[in-house]
Design a binder for this molecule. Structure first.
Ligand SMILES: NC(=O)c1ccc[n+]([C@@H]2O[C@H](COP(=O)([O-])OP(=O)(O)OC[C@H]3O[C@@H](n4cnc5c(N)ncnc54)[C@H](O)[C@@H]3O)[C@@H](O)[C@H]2O)c1
Ligand SMILES: [Zn+2]
Ligand SMILES: [Zn+2]
Length: 393
């Protein structure tokens, strides 16, 4: 089959790789019909490169049609339409039963000291072949795939794999009080969807910051107040002006480790391009590699006693955080990979009853799988209006 594979920094290609097969009696094989490119994929072709291996199949936002099922699979059958969550979670362990599917105890990567395996991610998360491919092997066929109805286009459901639960969790973790104000940093797919969900859930004052014109325009069109800057001083000053000098009740960081405006990590990133991977792997796990600009803006901007909800992914271990300020401001900080299944029962009805979140035209680009390298480049460079790209194998 054809699949998007990792070859190095800023280098993905479409290769022919072996077709996936049923390996466990609970596996299913899904023929992928749509597969998103995520901001997290950009980390893999940059900062997280030392944890990747040439030939790794990318992608963790797929949906499609079940083609084969293992002999113990009863919950889905060939022909069923399913979305595949980006966390590989068993659905039955203690963590899964707590709604913490990103910490699944069956797929936790204990040797690496990391949480549940993820499709198409680094060796820290199981190095499991991903879904930017014609076919995908999906374990836990009775509990993992999300069955969705026929009749509506893929765009209606595909974001259940990641963007929707990630943004939903970010907004829930933000815990904005009635009448309160939410500031979302970053208007990539995740930040944009956070603002949509925030409006849908009745949060009254929704603000967002970014500098990319198309992304700002999308947010403005749906009633979000925007700050056309990612400069910390500017963002903090504008949001304080809008909140009686106090700051927003909650800030969502939907940016992560590649934030604009933090010089230190740029050096680490450059180093990661010239230092051998074996050494860089160690360096990255014990030393800082993140650009903390967005997180620092969140800490500065949030009101005293407010909440920071972190959905942007950070990869380093010891970048200095202003703990004194976090303590003094009594900040509450919640974060993590989204627990996809935790939110599916809340989100699915929102998708079948209409399109209040605007998912039908959320994607800016639908691109054949073969054109993935160009699509990655455009998304990374934020060129050609690329906000959300769906690959169609
Ligand atoms: N927690 C999870 O489960 C989960 C799931 C999916 C994605 N993510 C993470 O969420 C983050 C966003 O993903 P995305 O797909 O929207 O990516 P993206 O790269 O398209 O979006 C990031 C946006 O942030 C903006 N930005 C950069 N620096 C900024 C700053 N200092 N202040 C404000 N905005 C700034 C950029 O212009 C860009 O529009 C990534 O780190 C991704 O890895 C987390
Ligand atoms: Zn993703
Ligand atoms: Zn589990």
């Amino acid at each position: 089959m054809r699949a998007v594979t990792w070859h190095g920094r800023a280098d993905v290609r479409v290769d022919t790789v072996p077709d996936p097969t049923i390996q466990e009696p609970t596996d299913v094989v899904v023929e992928v019909t749509s597969s998103g490119i995520c901001g997290s994929d950009l980390h893999l072709i940059e900062v997280m490169a030392p944890f990747m291996t040439v030939g790794d199949v990318m992608g963790h936002e797929p949906m499609g049609v079940v083609r084969e099922v293992g002999r113990e699979v009863t919950a889905v059958k060939p022909g069923d339409r399913v979305v595949v969550p980006f966390n590989i979670s068993c659905g039955t362990c203690w963590m899964c039963s707590q709604g913490l599917q990103s910490q699944c105890e069956t797929t936790q990567n204990r040797e690496q000291g990391y949480g549940a395996s993820l499709f198409g991610y680094t060796k820290l998360y199981g190095q499991v072949p991903g879904g930017q491919a014609e076919y995908l092997r999906v374990p836990f066929g009775n509990t993992l795939p999300i069955k969705v109805p026929d009749g509506l286009p893929d765009d209606r459901f595909v974001y259940l794999s990641d963007v929707l639960p990630t943004a939903w969790q970010a907004v829930q973790y933000a815990a904005v009080p009635p009448g309160g104000t939410l500031l979302v940093l970053g208007l990539g797919p995740i930040g944009d969807m956070c603002t949509r969900i925030a409006h849908h859930l009745g949060i009254e004052n929704v603000w967002a910051s970014d500098v990319v014109p198309e992304r700002l325009a999308r947010a403005t069109a749906r009633g979000t107040h925007v700050i056309r800057s990612t400069d910390q001083a500017q963002v903090v000053s504008e949001i304080r002006d809008a909140t009686a000098g106090r700051g927003p009740d909650a800030v969502i960081d939907a940016v992560g480790m590649e934030a604009h405006g933090s010089p230190v990590a740029t050096i680490a990133q450059k180093a990661s391009a010239i230092v051998p991977d074996a050494i860089m792997e160690k360096v990255m796990q014990v030393a800082g590699v993140d650009r903390l600009a967005a997180l620092n803006t969140a800490i500065e901007a949030v009101r005293r006693g407010g909440t920071i909800s972190l959905s942007g992914v950070y990869g380093g271990a010891s970048d200095p955080m202003p703990l004194n300020k976090m303590f003094d401001k009594q900040i509450q900080l919640r974060m993590g990979q989204a627990n996809v299944w935790r939110w599916v029962p809340d989100i699915l009805p929102v998708l079948t009853e209409g399109d209040p979140l605007g998912v039908d035209d959320f994607a800016t680009h639908h691109v054949p799988l073969e054109q993935a390298p160009q699509a990655y480049a455009d998304f990374r460079e934020k060129k050609d209006g690329a906000v959300k790209v769906l690959l169609t194998p």
